[in-house]
Design a protein around this ligand. Sequence first.
Ligand SMILES: Cc1ncc(COP(=O)(O)O)c(C=O)c1O
Length: 397
Amino acid sequence: MATNKKPGKWRRRTQAVRGGQVRTPFQETSEPLILTAGYAYETAEEAEARFKGESPGYQYSRLANPTVTMFEERLAQLEGAPLARATATGMAAVSSVFLGSLKTGDHVVSANALFGSCRYVIETVLSRFGIGSTFVDGSDLAAWEAAMRPETKLLFVETPSNPTLQIVDIAAVAKIADRHGARLIVDNAFASPALQRPMELGAHIVVHSSTKFIDGQGRALGGAILCHPDFLEGDLQQFLRNTGPSISPFNAWLHLKSLETLDLRMKQHCENAMRVADFLGRHKKVARVLYPFRADHPQHNLARAQMDGGGGVVSFEIEGGKPAVFRCANKLELIDISNNLGDAKTLFTHPETTTHQKMTPEARAAGGVTSGLVRLSVGLEDPDDLCEDLDQALKVA
Ligand SMILES: Cc1ncc(COP(=O)(O)O)c(C=O)c1O
């Protein structure tokens, strides 16, 4: 199982198509889906040697699987990361990073503009194990510095954040982490490695929901942790092996193949999102538009400096709060109401009543999630059709 290709010399777009590929003796051109739970050994001695780590090869797909390994290697190459471990979902990646490395008495600092489940893991799950957390305005570097304690081990940001598209200065926050002997985790789900590579900016760990733009077609759940060997070989490796947040080989195969078109898709998502954002920015029913590459985004310059494109998500505020948002949503003829994002199909989300519903009103307010806020994951349809649909729906808002 090998190829005669020379991966060392490839540029990123070639890595996206060929990185990590291993061929079976059939010499298939497309990556094989090795849908197996277990592996056979020629002899009992070989089984023993493999369990001792003295002989290479797979043992059980909770621990590793050849298709999953291909996805991990390709994603690591695209992120510029030393290694990746794929997980069943994005939340499995987020929770494993914390639970697989922290202990009682440790402390986490996080930006407060977060997806509801990320906030739940940090604030509620970690506190049950005596791990403290402090939430700060992610754009306020002095607040990050002030929140650091001797026991702070991990810093966490989503950038752009869900759903307010706040941009956090990755290089600056990574330096704060470095000064205090802590590590910065960046959730890169909204940008994807096509638009942003946090480890090149100094982040220590990246987490992904590959369910989103990496899959790109709303088909399968997945996630990943990207990090340095010393972090994996702390407690995380054993945590992952023994608790089993493993991705299905089938989902890993879908996401591996999706990486081949990620760059092209992200370019189109960005172009469509900018068109839709500009349309919304001119609309009289829209009070405010948030899109990282628009000049009126509060961190527009930072977004342009650390991202290669504004991404596929546009958030906007409709005057009249929840009733107006619901009237508009229910009038849509093309765009779907859904809480997912990163799909080829455009999806309309009201975060206050769905993805961020379980947060306290105070946490929602701190994260900028207002009653009139809409998150629009702009897909790959013709942007004129999207603008027309929004225009007719906004008439009743
Ligand atoms: C920023 C961010 N991180 C993590 C997740 C969780 O991903 P998953 O649904 O794959 O568990 C999401 C889901 O929306 C998200 O938006």
